[in-house]
Design a protein around this ligand. Structure first.
Ligand SMILES: [Cu+2]
Length: 492
């Protein structure tokens, strides 16, 4: 049986809800439940890295690909011989990978088979958001656009955007944290002819790495405490695998890396200190590859990298490490070089030019203050996280950019925790982080920008094609749930 019931059911703070100061202070320090965190899981044998299957379309027409995807409570084996209850897409976590082509629409018919109340005491309602998708408001997964248990709905994704590493995940108001923690996330990759013509490693040499930290007890149960400062796990999973290894040939591989964790950050690096190449981040290819020895990923950030194993002798291993971790969160995945193979792939010096948004086109600059504490007070009260002092209200419009225009948004972090801000509807370019230019790896199209503790960030973006209501929010999922999110409407 799950030991986590009730951990989150009592938690949501909604505007208008009668919550006394004493209750708010009760969240102080973040531990909003008495659920005990189990010891890290040890799996000395390791396990072969699971690769989420690519979802097959249920129908393919001249103009679109149609998919069917179910959401269920399922039992899977994460630890040898133990059964783990999850919220799965088609019974798995991460869910199957959807592969799309730029310019060719995809429909996803979602069947919600969850009960009224599901794992962690969270509601069985779901909302699916295609993270990084440029999607009409009606299909974007606004946090109150629920798919009730026992019902289905079809999402349409036009894919009229640049090829990129996207992901889909639950976005239910107040309960995104537990829903994603228990499994509701998967990858969605968009490609096009140009990208395929570049000769990058592909097929079996293009591997997704969805990195998530979890707490798992001795019986195999996922444990969610509802920590309002951000849920942190002491065991790393990659594609749902504990202590994974991947057998590789001595050649180049492309990895689509997603930080799918609720709040943990990773700085990924190779155990031998060798550099690797960054092709792009959330919004697709950079103009040229950038060579780095490490890169930091905050929650929801993705990085598309190429690792070259050609200098590693057959029989030796290399570990992708997390320089911000220790103990059981230090090693992400082990690569065992077990064979020679001819490498016909390449990483060209020119990937795809990026059109820089022009400052001269900016029609509006907006400022947002990110605060932690009670009703916007500065500090680390742990109970409530706000934007401009306000908790999320789905009926209040906090920004109203005009369709097609270019704006600058400035974020000032008045709290002691980092807040990776994600804006829906469009990709942006980072102008400044802490008043300096972003690193070259972060200079392309992005959908998530980390606003450092007591620091700042400025981004520039255009809002093309789709009017309607959207949200932006902190992607530490418990900050988002409690309630660092705001609605913005793109005005026609
Ligand atoms: Cu945050």
């Amino acid at each position: 049986m799950l030991k986590v019931l009730g951990a989150v059911a009592a938690a949501p703070l909604r505007p208008g809800l009668a919550v006394g100061a004493a209750q708010l202070l009760g969240g102080c320090g973040g531990g909003s439940s008495d659920v005990q965190v189990p010891d890290p899981v040890v799996n000395p044998e390791g396990a072969p890295l699971r690769i989420p299957p690519v979802l097959s379309p249920s129908s393919v027409t001249a103009t679109e690909d149609a998919y069917v995807l179910s959401v269920d409570e399922s039992e899977i084996e994460i630890l040898p011989g133990k059964s783990t209850r999850i919220l799965g897409f088609d019974g798995m976590t991460p869910g199957p990978t959807i592969r799309a082509r730029a310019g060719r629409p995809v429909t996803v018919s979602l069947l919600n088979n969850l009960p009224q109340t599901t794992l962690g005491g969270a509601p069985g309602e779901v909302v699916i958001h295609l993270h990084g998708g440029h999607v009409p408001s009606s299909d974007d997964g606004f946090p109150t656009d629920i798919v009730p248990p026992g019902t289905s709905r079809t999402y349409t994704y036009p894919n009229n955007q640049l090829p990129a590493t996207l992901w889909y995940h639950d976005h239910l108001m107040d309960f995104t944290g537990p829903h994603v923690w228990f499994g509701l996330a998967g990858l969605y990759l968009i490609t096009d002819d140009h990208e395929e013509s570049l000769g990058l490693p592909n097929g079996a040499h293009e591997v997704p790495l969805v990195i998530q930290d979890r707490n798992i007890d001795g019986d195999g149960n996922l444990v969610y405490t509802g920590n309002r400062n951000g849920e942190v796990g002491n065991t790393l999973l990659v594609n749902g695998t504990v202590e994974p290894y991947l057998r590789v040939a001595n050649r180049k591989y492309r990895f689509r890396v997603l930080n799918g964790s609720n709040m943990r950050m990773y700085r990924i690096a190779l155990s031998n200190g060798a550099p690797f190449q960054v092709l792009g981040m959330e919004g697709g290819l950079l103009p040229s590859p950038v060579t780095v020895a490490s890169i930091t990923l905050t929650p929801a950030e993705r990085v598309d990298i190429v690792i070259d194993f050609s200098s590693i002798p057959v029989g030796e291993s290399l570990v992708l490490r997390n320089l911000l971790g220790s103990g059981d969160t230090a090693d992400i995945v082990r690569f065992d070089v077990d064979r020679m193979e001819t490498d016909d792939s390449q990483v060209p010096a020119v990937l795809r030019p990026i059109e820089q948004l022009a400052m001269s086109d900016v029609v509006q600059t907006r400022s947002f203050t990110l605060s932690g504490g009670m009703m916007g007070m500065q500090g680390m009260m742990g109970g409530l996280w706000t934007i401009n002092g306000n908790p999320f209200d789905p009926d209040r419009v906090d920004a109203d950019p005009k369709l097609g225009t270019v704006e600058i948004w400035e974020f000032q972090n008045m709290s002691m925790m980092d807040h990776p801000v994600h804006v829906h509807q469009t990709m942006f370019q980072i102008l400044e982080i802490n008043r300096g230019p972003p690193p070259a790896t972060h200079a392309g199209w992005k959908d998530t920008v980390n606003v450092p503790a007591m620091g700042s960030a400025r981004i520039i973006m255009q809002f093309p094609d789709y009017a309607g209501r959207y949200v932006f929010h902190c992607h530490v999922l418990e900050h988002e749930d409690h309630v660092m999110m705001a609605r913005f409407d793109v005005i026609p």
